[in-house]
Design a protein around this ligand. Structure first.
Ligand SMILES: NC(=O)C1=CN([C@@H]2O[C@H](COP(=O)(O)OP(=O)(O)OC[C@H]3O[C@@H](n4cnc5c(N)ncnc54)[C@H](OP(=O)(O)O)[C@@H]3O)[C@@H](O)[C@H]2O)C=CC1
Ligand SMILES: O=C(O)CCC(=O)C(=O)O
Length: 448
């Protein structure tokens, strides 16, 4: 069968089988057409029906999570773990606690994680999990009881050599601590079962910073290719969580001015450059709304209920770091009109397919999340290595390794795109390079 026909048949089948799973189908629709060039050159993969097998998750777990709130009421949420592909290593990927979590969101994230993890060059397979539990507005005790109940079930399915969860939206050091404590109680000591652990007990230096820093390192290497740098650049960032904070910090350290940050209620415009220490205090420490920023920084403006991506202001680089589908087609047009030349995704799938098309047409360098935000999971894999050898490496060592890994990912995407006469098509580069390694591993293992 011809590669084109094979890919189209796969797309049709998945749309029939998983009707209504909007985010998941979007991720698949981005991926499948871009590996056609590779399959054309390698028909043996078509004969092995590699896509048909790869596209089916190895296992999907769904479970109930009962927990008691501070008033003694019993509540229940839905828990998930999608163990998508283990061809190159144990399932690896974060846990998301957010009311928007459903099976489609979990599957899209786990699917993208397969190729992201492959791109890191480290031995990690793809998985993702989470719950529709909303930690916002809950007391520490409520979050703790939820995490303990969640782990009571999840522990049956994970382990340092089988599946190693970490954080994502709504899951930071506090949640990882509660989850780890419960795992340890039920299964005895196993430091490597979760990553993103606090530094006091088996966490890795630079894991907190890794996704945001890594995203900026990816862009740094892209800029280096044309003898350019972050110095003097204007940057817009969305979100004010883990990824955003450290993307802002590193971009400013490299000489850029970051003009914006946001949360789900509105955004901040600070023409003098975002005060990242203030954002850390508000969001990481006090769990406040970002609107509080302007109480301290009076030169900044808060735009209530509005998106950064509707804002008209001149900038060079956009780093969407909040959530999926935050930039639609119209907003991509505004981004281009604003002068944006590079979009690097700190978040997973923050641009719709239509938005990506607008950016491509305008010649914007579009760096997809599975490449640009791979620094977080890469340092998670380094945390696993440190846990296994019962050692802790220095911040400088881990940060240096992160920079090298991001350079390697950037060059792999660039060179793979060039190999298929698709210069600067980092979607093709990331998908083909990530896929090739996983597909080869699956075939050599007998496609089981
Ligand atoms: N943490 C990591 O290591 C990695 C994270 N990512 C991705 O980066 C993104 C951000 O994750 P992370 O920083 O860890 O998460 P956090 O929970 O730390 O922060 C998320 C930020 O995004 C905002 N946000 C979340 N959902 C929405 C929404 N529906 N609309 C508008 N704003 C929203 C939040 O605002 P509010 O506080 O109001 O909810 C918050 O500012 C996600 O796409 C995640 O999958 C990718 C790779 C690794
Ligand atoms: O650190 C990890 O294992 C997971 C990070 C993650 O969830 C992601 O890359 O989207």
């Amino acid at each position: 069968m011809e590669a084109k026909q094979y890919v189209e048949e796969m797309q049709k089948k998945i749309h029939e089988n998983d009707r209504g799973q909007v985010e998941y189908l979007q991720a698949v629709d981005e991926f499948l057409p871009s590996v056609e060039v590779f399959l054309k050159e390698n028909p043996a993969f078509i004969e092995a029906n590699i896509l048909g097998i790869l596209i089916e998750p190895e296992r999907i777990l769904q479970f109930r999570v009962p927990w008691q709130d501070d008033k003694g009421n019993w509540r229940v949420n839905r828990g998930y773990r999608v163990q998508y592909n283990s061809a190159i290593g144990p399932y690896k990927g974060g846990l998301r606690f957010h009311p928007s979590v459903n099976l489609s969101v979990m599957k899209f994230l786990a699917f993208e994680q397969i190729f992201k993890n492959s791109l890191t060059g480290l031995p990690i397979g793809g998985g993702k999990g989470g719950s529709d539990f909303d930690p916002k507005g809950k007391s520490d005790a409520e979050v703790m009881r939820f995490c303990q109940s969640f782990m009571t079930e999840l522990q049956k399915h994970i382990g340092p050599s089988t599946d190693v969860p970490a954080g994502d939206i709504g899951v930071g050091g506090r949640e990882i601590g509660y989850l780890y404590g419960m795992y340890k109680r039920l299964r005895n000591y196993d430091a490597g079962v979760l990553t993103g652990k606090p530094l006091g007990y088996w966490g890795s230096q630079a894991r907190t910073e890794a996704t945001g820093y890594g995203c900026v390192y990816f862009v740094k290497h892209l800029l280096n290719d044309s003898n350019d740098s972050f110095a003097g650049k204007k940057v817009v960032v969305s979100g004010s969580g883990n990824v955003s904070i450290y993307a802002i910090e590193k971009a400013q350290e490299l000489g850029a001015t970051v003009l914006t940050c946001s949360d789900s209620t509105g955004f901040i415009y600070d023409p003098d450059g975002i005060d990242v220490e203030l954002v850390k205090e508000l969001k990481e420490k006090n769990r406040e709304r970002i609107s509080k920023y302007v109480e301290t920084r009076t030169g900044a403006t808060y735009y209530d209920g509005q998106s950064v991506w509707d804002f008209k202001v001149s900038y060079d680089i956009a780093l969407p770091c909040a959530t999926q589908n935050e930039i639609n087609e119209d907003q991509a047009k505004i981004l281009v009109e604003n002068g944006g030349k590079i979009v690097a995704e700190g978040a997973n799938m923050p641009c719709t397919l239509e938005a990506v098309h607008v950016l491509d047409e305008a010649g914007v360098y579009y760096c997809p999340g599975k490449a640009a935000n791979a620094g977080g999971v890469a340092v998670s894999a380094l945390e696993m290595s440190q846990n296994a050898e019962r050692l802790s490496w220095s911040f400088e060592k881990v940060d240096g390794m992160l920079d090298d890994i991001m350079k390697n990912i950037y060059e792999t995407c660039r060179d793979t795109a060039n190999r298929y006469d698709a210069a600067n098509n980092f979607v093709l580069g990331a998908n083909v390079a990530g896929f090739e390694k996983v597909a080869n591993a699956m075939i050599s293992q007998g496609l089981v």
